[in-house]
Design a protein. Structure first.
Length: 158
């Protein structure tokens, strides 16, 4: 009978349960700047071919060459959403070079080739290190932001 169905509970396999801890889920639910910019200087969309997660980042640069405004459209798994939240919380005021360095450090760390990146909160993804299939979604926001900031800087210089 329809009324007797148990409440829906998403299935999370025991091996990956630590990936989806309370802090990851909190970050995923509280992404700043979740609206696209009306007229951005540059935009970039990145998609994970493994899971289909997608993140679009719009940026406007200030006179100082740093990100002045950011807008995002995040359609990603909890890890991609949490990473987007961490990116958005700290990206305003950063230069394209700083964002690119964070992107590269994140990729290296996830690949086991570096230390935790110097970006607040990224250590929360430590449980994901052995799960390489999860790495692309964690990198999406940083890849999109780095590409958009670089493109905006180029258009500003032209």
């Amino acid at each position: 009978m329809w009324g007797d169905a148990p409440p829906h509970r998403p299935y999370i396999h025991g091996m990956t349960a630590t990936l989806y801890n309370t802090e990851i889920l909190r970050l995923a639910a509280t992404i700043p700047y979740q609206e696209r910019l009306a007229d951005p200087m540059a935009s970039s969309e990145k998609r994970s071919p493994i899971c289909g997660s997608r993140v679009t980042v719009d940026v406007n640069m200030g006179e100082d060459g740093r990100v002045a405004e950011v807008g995002m459209l995040v359609r990603a798994c909890a890890l991609g959403q949490a990473s987007s939240s961490l990116l958005a919380a700290q990206v305003v005021g950063r230069s394209p070079a700083e964002i690119a360095a964070a992107r590269d450090a994140l990729a290296a760390w996830l690949a086991g080739e570096g230390d935790v990146p110097d970006w607040p909160g990224l250590d929360i993804f430590t449980p994901a290190l052995p799960h390489s299939a999860r790495h692309p979604s964690i990198r999406l926001a940083f890849e999109a932001a780095a590409e958009a900031a670089a493109a905006a800087a180029l258009s500003r210089a032209a």
